[in-house]
Write a protein that binds this ligand. Sequence first.
Ligand SMILES: NC(=O)c1ccc[n+]([C@@H]2O[C@H](COP(=O)([O-])OP(=O)(O)OC[C@H]3O[C@@H](n4cnc5c(N)ncnc54)[C@H](OP(=O)(O)O)[C@@H]3O)[C@@H](O)[C@H]2O)c1
Length: 248
Amino acid sequence: MARLDGKIALISGGTSGIGAATARLFQSEGATVVVTGSSQASVDKARAELPGVEAIVSDAADTGATKALVDRVKASHGRIDVLFVNAGIARFAPVERVDEEFYDSQFDVNVKGAFFLLKHAAPAIPDGGAIILTASVAGASGGLPGATIYGATKAALRSFGRTFAKELLPRGIRVNTISPGPIVTPILDKNGFTAAQKDAFIAGAATRIPLGRTGTEAEVAAAALYLAADATYTTGAELFVDGGLIDI
Ligand SMILES: NC(=O)c1ccc[n+]([C@@H]2O[C@H](COP(=O)([O-])OP(=O)(O)OC[C@H]3O[C@@H](n4cnc5c(N)ncnc54)[C@H](OP(=O)(O)O)[C@@H]3O)[C@@H](O)[C@H]2O)c1
């Protein structure tokens, strides 16, 4: 029997990168998987790349759309056994170049989006279900230059993970957080880096990471599967998938 046989999984930000790799893995373990993305184009692309996965346009920053998403999944599938709160954006700039639009865009998607998905989805999660959040080493480490806002959004997610875990204890719903280190995904093409900056980021990261390389989407997906299916005695935890960056 596969590890997620008969389970319904909702993955926000599942059209690319970590979310898409997790969708593939969860599906291969028997789950019925629903993913979200922000645009029709990315959702159409995901439908082509993830056969059998249901892909829905739902802007994480729009709390009304998030409620409608949960209602739709509940109407079609009855419940959400595994919720992976993963949608996120990353923008980097020194403090003097941060304006309100820059600040709000990241807090709206990464923090408000995550909170209202958790709030709206929690009633649809049966007792004993699992929630996984994607934070980042950027929310836990001494800080990356240019990541003041992104790091703060991810620090908020780490806090959500612990507090939601306590609130949902009476229902036996486990809530855990994954904090990836640098993972090569399409996010590196969306954050304003030039190709040269992207290459320098990957090479620089590899020199700082104890395991000597950046991580892969599949390695984060494996952590998500562990927390979704196997980690039955684990809640309120944070799993760093970062090549040892934070811990050693
Ligand atoms: N890659 C890393 O090094 C790294 C490290 C630590 C943490 N993370 C976190 O991991 C998560 C996944 O990132 P990734 O690296 O896999 O990047 P990615 O490939 O860019 O994936 C981001 C996902 O989030 C979705 N998304 C972004 N804005 C959205 C919105 N407003 N509404 C709905 N969906 C939205 C994207 O969908 P669309 O394409 O449709 O917008 C996409 O599916 C993020 O939370 C990120 O902060 C990444």
